[in-house]
Write a protein that binds this ligand. Structure first.
Ligand code: IMP
Length: 192
């Protein structure tokens, strides 16, 4: 018999005892499908371009786009904002640009987390200059207490407290991206 997502989360946790679950995989999947329904309603009849921000948005974008039952295009950008630390350097740099033209398109940026907002401020500015028909942003998580830039999410999965989280795409030193849930790293396992 197939294991439930709660059982699978428990199996993963045995391998990662330094992680405390904040959002289990069932909660994430339910919310992703709600967001997808909202996006499907808003974009029906269009051919939107979903822009994933590498690397953290990969699992979220993969689940989100498969829950939107019409034609979408996908492309990716890579932006450096964090090295292997748990706090932002504040320096934002484009590492990989889109392969797709944006002019006249409905563009939906898909991001893992809105933290200080410096990454999205930079990216939204860059894309806006390319004259899309519309430009919106969807993030799975936001930490409202950390926001420094004037960014408002059009679609938001969850607001979370100001703590460093990993899993479902989010990493610490390139680890934990493959966890099916989102968890907080115990204080003694991550430097601040
Ligand atoms: P911002 O520019 O400060 O909003 O940061 C955006 C990027 O920082 C995100 O796309 C993540 O890659 C990374 N980030 C911010 N907070 C966390 C966290 O709690 N865990 C893992 N990565 C994070």
């Amino acid at each position: 018999m197939a294991r439930s997502s709660a059982e699978l989360d428990r199996v993963w946790l045995e391998q990662f005892p330094e992680v405390d679950i904040l959002l289990d995989s069932a909660t994430i999947q339910k919310r992703v499908s709600e967001l997808a329904q909202q996006i499907a309603r808003d974009y029906e009849g269009t051919f939107p371009l979903m822009v994933g921000v590498l690397k953290g948005s990969v699992p979220f974008l993969a689940d989100l786009m498969r829950a939107v039952p019409f034609r979408v295009a996908c492309d990716y950008v890579a932006i450096s904002s964090y090295g292997t630390e748990t706090t932002s350097s504040g320096v934002v740099r484009l590492l990989k640009d889109l392969d797709t033209e944006v002019v006249g398109r409905h563009v939906l940026v898909v991001e893992d987390i809105l933290d200080t907002g410096l990454t999205l401020q930079y990216l939204m500015g860059l894309l806006q200059e390319r004259r899309p028909f519309s430009l919106k942003v969807c993030a799975l998580l936001q930490k409202p207490d950390r926001l420094k830039a004037p960014i408002t999410l059009d679609y938001c999965g969850f607001s979370i407290p100001n703590e460093f989280v990993v899993g479902y795409g989010l990493d610490y030193a390139e680890q934990y991206r493959n966890l099916p849930f989102i968890g907080a790293l115990r204080a003694d396992s991550a430097e601040d």
